[in-house]
Structure formats: C-alpha cells, structure tokens
Design a protein around this ligand. Structure first.
Ligand SMILES: Cc1cc2nc3c(=O)[nH]c(=O)nc-3n(C[C@H](O)[C@H](O)[C@H](O)COP(=O)(O)OP(=O)(O)OC[C@H]3O[C@@H](n4cnc5c(N)ncnc54)[C@H](O)[C@@H]3O)c2cc1C
Ligand code: SF4
Length: 569
C-alpha cells in the first residue's frame, strides 16, 4: 500500500466497516448508516437483490427440470455441504472447493455465502432470552459470567422486534419474556390439545406459539421497508418476494442503502483485520481478497464490526496476527477460538393421535408450537446442567387409496383423504461451552483465497447425552398423558453443528483474562473492533439465537457511535 496516493487511500477509507451482510451484519449496516456513518459492508459472496434474485420463488413443482431433486453429478460438487440440496434452494448451497475446513472431529458447518447470509435460509424463530439464561454460567460455574443481564438488552429486543416484525402471543412466562408482537399465528387443534394437557398436569410446562419473524399484520414501519403481509405460502427458503419474513435483503440492507451512506461490496473475502501498530489498542482497517481477481486490497475505517457468522468471525480474528497480537487479534487471554458451543437438536419424539378426525388444517403454517425450557430453571433438579426447549408441530397427512382399476383408481388418486394426526417434537438443548471444544487455524493448508483452513475440534459431552435421554423420557411422558399413540423417541447422534446455531470462541465477559469482549461487544484489547454475531456468546441458552444477535448488534452500534462522537474511538 506504500505507493498509494493520498486520494487512493481516501477512496478506500470509510467511517465504519462491517464484515458480513447476514442477520447481524445487516443490522450493523442499518444502524451505522442511519446514524450517519459512511459504512462499507464487505461480503464474501455474490449479491442477492431482494425479489429479483429469488429465481425459484414462484416456480411450480413441474417447473423444476428434475422435479426438485438435484442430479447425482451436481451433488458431488457440493461434497460435504449437503444443506439446501434441492432444486428450489440450490442457489444457496456452497460448493465443496469454496472454503474447505478440517474436521478434527465431525462437525457440520452450514453457511450462507451471499449477500444476506443465512437470513435467507433461517427458520425465523425468534425467542427472547431471559435471566435464567444470562444467569446460567454464574449459577452453575460453567463458562464465565455474562457481563450483561436481561435488563441490559430488553430495550434492544423491543427495538429490533418492532423493525423486523415478530409475531407471537404474550404468554407471561418468566423463562420466555414477551416482546413487541404482531398477532400470533394460531396453534392447531392437536397442538392446543397438548398445551391444555400440560397446563392441567404440570405447573412449569407450556406449549406456546413460537414467536417468529413473519409479518402477520404489517405496521407502517414495515410498509416503509417495502414489505407486505405474509401470505403463508411457506416457500420462505426460496426467498420471499413479499418480504413476508425478515431477512437482511428485504429489510436492513435496503434501509441502510436508502440513507445514502452504504457501500456494499460483494465478492470481498475478508482475510484479516489490520492492527494499527501506531495507535495501541486500535485497528486501522481490513485486508480483503477480491473474489474474482484474488488480489489483496485494504480498506480503512474508524470502527470495524465483525459479523461473518460465529466460526467465520473466529477465523478472521485468528488470522489477524501482528507483532502485538501474534495469536490473533485481541487474544491476550489465549482463549480466542475456545469455548465453542452449539445447540443440541439430537432428540426427536413423534406420535399419532386418534382424535380430531372431524378436523383438519386449512392453508400452511410457516411456524410451529414451542415448549420453553422447564428443566433446572429455579433450582438444579437433574443430573445434567441447564435445559432444553422443544419445537412441537402437528398435522394430518393424506392417504391415497391405490386399490382398484381404471376410473375408480383415478378418482381415488385424485381425491386423497386426510390421514391420522401426526405429532412431532424436536429438542433444542443448551450445550455448555468447554475449553476443549475449539476452532483453530490449520498450520499448512489454505483455501482458494490464501487463507488458512479452519480446524473444528468439538464433541458432545456426557451432559449432552444425559439431556437427550431426559428429553426423550419427558416428551414421551407428556405425549402419553395427551393420549398420543405409537410414540417413537430417537437420538439422531448427529455431528455437532448440524443444529446450525454454532456460537462462542470470542466470548463476552467481565474479565479480560477470561474473555475477549466486554459488555459492549468491544474487544477488550482492540477497542474499535466489535464482534456481535454468534462468536460473542458466552453461553448458548435454548432459544434460537438470532434475535439476540440483532439486539446485541443494535446496542453495540449505538454505543460505538456515541464513543466515536466522544472521540473515545
Ligand atoms: C436452516 C437454518 C435454519 C435456521 N433457523 C433459525 C431460527 O429459526 N432462528 C434463529 O434464531 N436462527 C436460525 N438459524 C441460524 C441463523 O441463520 C443464524 O444464527 C444467523 O443467520 C447468524 O447471523 P450472522 O450475521 O452471524 O451470520 P450469517 O447470517 O450467516 O451472515 C454472515 C455473512 O458473513 C459473510 N462472510 C463470512 N465470512 C466472510 C469473510 N471472510 N469475508 C466477508 N464476508 C464473510 C457470509 O457470506 C454471510 O453473508 C438457522 C440457520 C439455518 C441454516
Ligand atoms: S410464508 Fe410468508 S414469508 Fe414465507 S414465503 Fe410465504 S408469504 Fe413469504
């Protein structure tokens, strides 16, 4: 960069840089641009424009050349990354060579490498955390204490909920705080039946409608974003042309763009953050490998938000070495990349119900029922730590009578009859972060951009196994009480990470000796760098995490801009 003119450096200089344009990066971009900062968003993948870049959104089943299946030769190209391996969603899948990683132990890493990141892939469930979650590590002594409590983040939950549009009921449960809700999607009769049975038989077990980021009744703020009411098409994973659910592409990024302060640069693979050797405790910019030319370039800013998604953000920080930080940016504690955790979705319980044969559902439901955590809330009551929530869903399949011949057979095939009610539940357990579960950089292998490969080294613990067993027992008990039949409980023994909510490695904490980030998501030792995606999470709770990333990001952006105004950054 030494031969660059002052003007060229100026052209590469912004007030703020955001790494990643997914759920948390979109929020960082919106907040920083709205507060007047010229903001550069660096995104490693291609651009995805809302509406125009959802190629399968309006296709009918017969429009797909292979009726939805992906041919075997194409499958091979995607290797390990088999998520989204359907014709309707293949545009989101990652090719094997794009960014290989080393699984020291089996670990499934699902990524969304395009503008919008996984905000185009997610299931949109958005439950708030409670103090039972923020208190968890302090109560049982595993991992470190969170530097914040529910009261610190509650106003920011409200702030992001109002903009994103979250539907739900006010259920009045301390372990699942209520929010700023649009009208709820309804539970169906079999889900309501389970809810009633639990209310009669237990004091602490509840089924509620899952809170979800769907516009059931858009408000003026949503129309201003150009979004419209969710029509329950349940084709969300193709991209919703109506903007019926929250994504960066439909919501935060266009909002940021409208301010005139956003520069979005796709095909920009962030290599590392540049530490400013002349200004102790500050970074000066970001090194980027251009996705097309593979040329290294530098961009500069006063503040940097790291939002590459949990493991990518770990990788970027680990790769940001300097003479001050030889093992990764801000890593004086030596804990960068450690205490990786995720969610435990291994347990499933399914059953059938003989009742309600006179009822069926009309239309589609993009959400589901939700059973908030009930284990170890007020006291430690089991031989495992923390607890699990559960998703709950019921529906009637259809039965086609294939007997007969000719016109009779045709008539019965064309007139399927409703089958029995099926009910299923999936576990959403908290894993307790331990030091041994970590990511690090491979010392010899590099990806196509010259960046060291990430090594994942994480495994289940005895605590996780015990929790799965308890989930299967308790859900089977509850299903039995509800009169469900043919109950089947199974442990998938899936690899860690399959449960998509990976977190940690750059955890928040009170003490710089045992954490990387302070209560404002600011690196203790490099104060103009903020990490507000899943990497910052000190523990994992049971709730789907993205709403918490959104709230933490908006909160940190507000803090960063105030600090900038006070000339502290
Ligand atoms: C199938 C599925 C269902 C899910 N359901 C839910 C749910 O119901 N509720 C919930 O809360 N969460 C859910 N999640 C998880 C949710 O999607 C993530 O928690 C969320 O998207 C994380 O936001 P993020 O900003 O950290 O990362 P992402 O949204 O993944 O965005 C990260 C962005 O950074 C970019 N990036 C990465 N590395 C670099 C680099 N080196 N340089 C430049 N850019 C980079 C990526 O390309 C990406 O665009 C689900 C995920 C999946 C896959
Ligand atoms: S269910 Fe709603 S959000 Fe999903 S694709 Fe349909 S209209 Fe869009």
């Amino acid at each position: 960069m030494a031969n660059l003119t002052i003007d060229a450096v100026k052209a590469m200089t912004f007030d703020a840089i955001v790494i990643g344009s997914g759920i948390s990066g979109g929020w960082a971009a919106k907040e920083l641009c709205q507060k007047g900062l010229k903001t550069l968003v660096l995104e490693r993948g291609r651009d995805v424009k809302h509406v125009t870049d959802y190629p399968t959104a309006n296709l009918n089943p017969w429009d797909f050349p292979h009726r939805g299946q992906v041919p075997l030769d194409m499958r091979a190209e995607y290797g390990k990354s088999r998520s989204f391996m359907r014709e309707e969603t293949l545009q989101w899948a990652i090719k094997e060579g794009e960014q290989p990683y080393v699984e020291e132990k089996p670990f499934t890493w699902t990524r969304g490498y395009h503008v919008g990141g996984k905000s185009l892939l997610w299931a949109r469930q958005t439950q708030r955390w409670s103090d039972f979650d923020f208190d968890g590590p302090a109560r049982d002594g595993y991992a470190v204490d969170w530097p914040i409590r529910y009261a610190d983040i509650a106003p920011w939950y409200s702030y992001v909920e109002k903009f994103a549009g979250i539907s739900g009921n006010k259920d009045g449960l301390p372990q699942l705080p209520d929010g700023e809700f649009l009208p709820p999607i309804q539970l169906n009769c079999v889900e309501t039946h389970l809810k009633d049975v639990l209310a009669k038989n237990y004091q602490d077990r509840h089924v509620v409608q899952g809170r979800c980021a769907h516009l059931t009744k858009p408000q003026p703020i949503h129309y201003q974003q150009g979004r419209a009411q969710c029509m329950h098409r349940t084709l969300c994973v193709r991209g919703c042309p109506l903007g019926g659910y929250f994504s960066s592409n439909a919501s935060t990024l266009p909002w940021a763009e409208k301010t005139g302060n956003l520069t979005l640069r796709p095909h920009s693979v962030v290599h590392s953050i540049i530490y400013d050797e002349k200004k102790p405790g500050r970074a000066k910019g970001v090194r980027v490998v251009d996705g097309h030319t593979k040329q290294m370039m530098e961009f500069y800013a006063k503040i940097i938000f790291v939002n590459g998604s949990a493991l990518s953000s770990n990788l970027i920080l680990l790769n940001s070495v300097s003479s001050r930080f030889p093992t990764g940016l801000g890593n004086d504690s030596g804990l960068l990349g450690k205490y990786i955790a995720w969610h435990n979705y291994r347990g499933r319980v399914s059953a059938q119900y003989d009742g309600f044969l006179d009822k069926t559902t009309d239309g589609r439901n993009p959400s589901n029922g939700y059973m908030p955590r009930f284990r170890n809330l007020h006291k430690q009551e089991t031989d495992f730590l923390r607890g699990y929530a559960a998703g709950v869903g019921g529906g009637r399949g259809s039965i086609q009578n294939r007997d007969g011949l000719g016109a009779d057979l045709k008539a019965s095939l064309l007139n399927p009859q409703p089958g029995p009610w099926n009910v299923s539940s999936w576990m959403m357990g908290e894993t307790v972060p331990i030091e041994k579960n970590h990511v690090r950089l491979d010392t010899s292998q590099k990806d196509p951009y010259g960046i060291p490969l990430l090594v994942t080294s994480a495994d289940w613990t005895e605590n996780d196994d015990k929790m799965v067993n308890d989930y299967m027992e308790q859900l089977s008990e509850m299903f039995t009480l509800a009169g469900f039949k043919n109950i089947k409980a199974a442990d998938s023994h899936s690899a860690p990470g399959s449960d998509i909510h990976e977190m940690g490695g750059v955890r928040m904490g009170k003490d710089p000796k045992t954490s990387l980030l302070n209560k404002w998501n600011q690196l203790h030792h490099c104060q103009n760098v903020f990490v507000t995606d899943g990497a910052c999470m000190t523990s994992t709770a049971t709730q789907n995490p993205s709403l918490t990333y959104m709230a933490l990001t908006a909160r940190a952006a507000n803090f960063a801009v105030n600090e900038l105004k006070k000339k502290n950054l």
